[in-house]
Structures are given as structure tokens and as C-alpha cells.
Design a protein around this ligand. Structure first.
Ligand SMILES: Cc1cc2nc3c(=O)[nH]c(=O)nc-3n(C[C@H](O)[C@H](O)[C@H](O)COP(=O)(O)OP(=O)(O)OC[C@H]3O[C@@H](n4cnc5c(N)ncnc54)[C@H](O)[C@@H]3O)c2cc1C
Length: 264
């Protein structure tokens, strides 16, 4: 269902509506509207066996992500989202609509690529796409007691891994005990056997309590995070405490205001 995305700037209103994502197959590019989500772009690309770097969570905005850089599971191979940005249409503060690219308004294009939302309202963005029908991707979980061994081994593996491998690591809350260590590998190389060897090496870093890795299109691989980012039950009461501390955040004295709030 199409979403209506709109920035209300008082007397001016800039519509960020459709098209959310259009793939130009022959040109190897995709253009998304300023209000498009990651999933709009990855989903449109998947229909053609194409992909470009995005973040990991499909409901995050592609414009906000890109303007801040945009790292994700394809970064090792294809760079940041901003490295794949070819063009952006921008409404400037004086109401003019301009197209920023290496060939026109190049300084604005340079500024947009990492400068955040400070330079105008981006109404559309064009990205370079890459042939990528399948990735090898998923998650493995290790007991907290193995964290030091797993993370030390992880650091050694990523130091020499091929560019086609991007591996996220971290901790996940565990309602039944201490947090679990997660490794989320994504192998984007054509040689899946090489990716499987890498993943087997990761599994050998400890005794995983769960390991679910599969060959799948990129857009589908990102669905792994669809449910995990809801506030309850992952963060539970701690989220409420953090939110309340954030409300009381005093930029002049963060430690005096925020830290006692967390201890309540
Ligand atoms: C659950 C979650 C997962 C995340 N994962 C990743 C990740 O894997 N990789 C990563 O790099 N980042 C990640 N992020 C961070 C995310 O990229 C930033 O929070 C980004 O700013 C979100 O953009 P948004 O459009 O969704 O949010 P918004 O709050 O809508 O936008 C954030 C800011 O971006 C600017 N902006 C947004 N749209 C426009 C526009 N059309 N024109 C001009 N300025 C605009 C504005 O300054 C706005 O204040 C994640 C965030 C969340 C909440």
C-alpha cells in the first residue's frame, strides 16, 4: 500500500510521495522517492536480481540513511550507500528544485554525501545497482560465557576476510538468562562454497546454540530484522527508563541529568 510522506515546512509543504522505488534495468540504476524505506529499494531491486548497499532494517528511511553515510551488510563489497548515490533532487531553502550530481551542483552533491539533512529536502535519490541474485546470510548465537573467545576469533577472521564478507557482531537480550553473542554474516560473492567455508569457520569459534544461514535474495535476507527492532519485549522496562532519561536530557549537563535518571 502506498504511503504518504510529506514534510510540512509551515507555508511550504514538500511531498515525498510516490514513486517509492523504480528500477531502470538497462541503466543499472534505481530511483527512490525521498520518503522511501530501505525495503522499497531492496524489494524493487530483488525483482531484477539487483541490489545496492542499504542498512539492515527494512523500515528505516533510505534518504536519512544515505545522507548520513549508510553502512550495511553489502559494505565490504560495494561500499556505503552514499558511495552508490549517483544523483539527488533537492528542494533548497529558497524553494528551488535542483539536481545534484557529479555533473551538476557538484558541491551540493559532495555535501549531501554525509552531510545529513542540512542542505535541503531530498525528494528523490538515484543509486547504482549491482547484479546480486543471491547472498548467503543469517545469524548464529553463542552463549555469553563464550563471548571473549568468539569475539577474539571474529576479530581475527574479519581482519583477513574477503571483501564479499561483511559480518556484524553484538549481543542480544535473552529473556532466559545472560545476553547471547550474535554473529550475522553476509556473503555476497558469486562463489557460495567460499562463503560456506567462511561461515563454518565462524561456527567453530564456539558452540552455537543456534545457527541459521541460508542462500537467499538480499531483500529477503534483510527480513531477519523485521521483528527484532520492536521495543517490547527486546528492551522492555529498560527502554521506558531510557526514554524517560532522554526526555530529561540536558545538553549542558548530561551526566548530572541523564545518569541518575537511569538509576531510578
Ligand atoms: C532500527 C534502526 C536500524 C538502523 N540500522 C542502520 C544501519 O544498518 N546502517 C546505518 O547506516 N544506519 C542505521 N540506522 C540509523 C539510520 O540510518 C538513521 O537513524 C537515519 O537517519 C534514519 O533515517 P530515516 O529517514 O529513517 O529517519 P528520519 O528521522 O525520517 O530522518 C533522519 C534525518 O535524516 C534527514 N532526512 C531524512 N529524509 C530526508 C529527506 N528526504 N531530505 C532531507 N533530509 C532528510 C533529516 O535530517 C532527518 O532529521 C538505523 C536506525 C534504526 C532506528
Amino acid at each position: 500500500m502506498p504511503r504518504i510522506e510529506c514534510l510540512n515546512l509551515g507555508p511550504q509543504c514538500v511531498s515525498l510521495r510516490l514513486p517509492l522505488a523504480v528500477v531502470e534495468r538497462d541503466a543499472g540504476t534505481a530511483t527512490v522517492g525521498g520518503g522511501a524505506h530501505i525495503g522499497d529499494l531492496s524489494g524493487a531491486g530483488q525483482q531484477h536480481g539487483l541490489a545496492t548497499p542499504t542498512g539492515t532494517v527494512r523500515t528505516v528511511g533510505m534518504a536519512g540513511l544515505t545522507l548520513a553515510g549508510g553502512y550495511g551488510p553489502l559494505c565490504g563489497r560495494y561500499g556505503l550507500a552514499v558511495d552508490n548515490l549517483l544523483r539527488a533532487d533537492v528542494v533548497l531553502a529558497d524553494g528551488r528544485l535542483v539536481t545534484a550530481s557529479p555533473d551538476g551542483d557538484a558541491e551540493l552533491f559532495w555535501a549531501l554525501r554525509g552531510g545529513g539533512g542540512n542542505f535541503g529536502v531530498v525528494t528523490s535519490l538515484m543509486y547504482r545497482l549491482h547484479e546480486l541474485p543471491t547472498v548467503l546470510s543469517g545469524m548464529m548465537l553463542f552463549p555469553f560465557a563464550q563471548a571473549a573467545t568468539v569475539l577474539t576469533g571474529y576479530r581475527e577472521i574479519v581482519a583477513t576476510a574477503a571483501d564479499e564478507a561483511t559480518i556484524m557482531a553484538g549481543f542480544l537480550p535473552n529473556p532466559d538468562g545472560p545476553p547471547l553473542v550474535f554473529l550475522c554474516p553476509m556473503w555476497s560473492g558469486a562463489d557460495l562454497a567460499e562463503g560456506e567455508r567462511l561461515i563454518a569457520g565462524l561456527e567453530r569459534l564456539g558452540n552455537p546454540v543456534m545457527s541459521q544461514i541460508a542462500a537467499t535474495p538480499y531483500h529477503d535476507a534483510l527480513s531477519m530484522f523485521d521483528g527484532a527492532m520492536r521495543v517490547p519485549p527486546s528492551y522492555g522496562p529498560n527502554y521506558e527508563r531510557l526514554a524517560s532519561a532522554k526526555c530529561r536530557y540536558d545538553p549542558d549537563n548530561i551526566f548530572a541529568s541523564a545518569v541518575p535518571a537511569l538509576a531510578v
